[in-house]
Design a protein around this ligand. Structure first.
Ligand SMILES: [Cu+2]
Length: 386
């Protein structure tokens, strides 16, 4: 009876194991990676090395302890006539089984402390990037100190059809963005992490960085990447409905390429700043705003400005778009919580914002209020709110 059961169980088990293995490729899991990645920085490799050292210490302890256990069970079994010892206390044994684990723990603490100390040493960074988590996108701000700050949002760029299962999913499904973080290779870069709304967490496995981004706090991390490439990660803190839709993409490039990229970004930022402080006429703002409206607002509020009530309200004749301008600015900058009307204050630049508001008040549908708001005023409103 017993051998038959054993045989059946064995057969079943090997059948299940083989089926699972055979099914892996079909599931797109040809080479499942069980272990953590070694990554592309010295720290990530040290972390991996530490992890492996500790694993093997644990394996050795397990083999020795279970080895002695199994050996004793077999060698000193009752049927062989083993007689139990009768002593209650052994100072010698107690010293040995306290001392050995103590030495093992110290031996593990030394490399662990070394790696941790290095991980937390953010000194002497060549570049500082402030990373801010938003629901649901990351913002990167290159801190330069010379007023030439480069700042942008990094948004998920996976097409909605793929998410809705209406198109085949791409290679980097939910791990792709419109604008990646760009940093130079072989350079110590310090990240300052915070959040604007709820707790997020910036996680890039290849860098061995997973750091919480907490409103009101600034956490630090750093990286010095050894190999140019594109590295991907995700928000690792459950931060709301679209937590899975705020991936991280880091593009690591040669210093020269980075310098060129940064210069280009700085020039663009300077151009916007220059345009923001410039004098604007109502006609210029309306022209600017028409473009912005057609890109960002038209889908819901429609070309006529009549919207698609009741889902999307009409702006033509709306009390907001024809009433006091402060209210209009407020809705566009901060959105309406809990509705499809997003806060555009962080998504559009002051020129686009001033343009679209002026356009909505003076050229959309039947609206002819006659007033305007300048980019400089929008900038002021934003700075006052900070
Ligand atoms: Cu998040």
């Amino acid at each position: 009876m017993l051998p038959t059961i054993k045989k059946t169980v064995n057969k079943l088990w090997s059948g299940v194991a083989l089926t699972l293995l055979a099914a892996l490729p079909a599931l797109g899991l040809a080479a499942p990676q069980m272990n953590m990645t070694q990554g592309v920085t010295d720290i990530s490799r040290d972390t991996y090395g530490l992890h492996m050292t500790i694993i093997w210490v644990c394996v050795a302890i397990a083999v020795i302890v279970y080895g002695v256990l199994v050996f004793s069970l077999i060698k000193y079994r009752k049927s062989k006539g083993a007689v139990p010892a009768t002593f209650y206390h052994s100072t010698k044994a107690e010293i040995v089984w306290t001392l050995i684990p103590f030495i093992i723990l110290i031996a593990m603490a030394i490399p662990a402390t070394q790696v941790l100390t290095a991980t937390y040493d953010t000194s002497d960074a060549k570049l500082d990037v402030l990373i801010t988590g938003y629901q649901w996108r990351w913002q990167y701000r290159y801190l330069s100190g010379d007023g030439q700050e480069v700042v942008f949002f990094s948004n998920l760029s996976t097409p909605q059809e793929q998410i809705d299962n209406k198109a085949e999913k791409g290679e980097h499904y939910l791990l792709e963005v419109d604008e990646p973080l760009v940093i130079p290779v072989h350079t110590k870069v310090r990240f300052l992490l915070t959040a604007a709304d709820v707790i997020h967490s910036w996680w890039v496995p290849a860098f061995a960085i997973k750091k919480d981004a907490i409103p009101g706090f600034v956490n630090e991390a750093w990286v010095n990447v050894n190999e140019p490439g594109i590295y991907r990660g995700q928000c690792a803190e459950l931060c709301g409905q679209q937590h899975g839709f705020m991936p991280i993409v880091v593009k690591v490039v040669e210093q020269a390429e980075f310098d060129a990229w940064l210069a280009e970004k700085q020039a663009a930022a300077a151009a916007i700043a220059e345009l923001t402080s410039r004098e604007w006429t109502q006609e210029q703002l309306i022209a600017e705003g028409q473009t912005t409206y057609n890109t960002f607002c038209v889908a819901c509020h429609q070309p006529t400005g009549l919207g698609l009530p009741p889902a999307f309200p009409a702006l033509s004749g709306s009390p907001v778009a024809t009433g006091p301008i402060e209210k209009h600015i407020d809705v566009v900058l901060h959105g309406r919580a809990g509705t499809a009307m997003a806060a555009y204050g962080a998504l559009l630049n002051p020129i686009q914002l001033a343009g679209v508001i002026t356009f909505e008040r003076n050229a959309l549908g039947s609206n002819r209020v006659g007033d305007m708001v300048t980019p400089a005023e929008i900038l002021q409103a934003q700075q006052a709110a900070q």
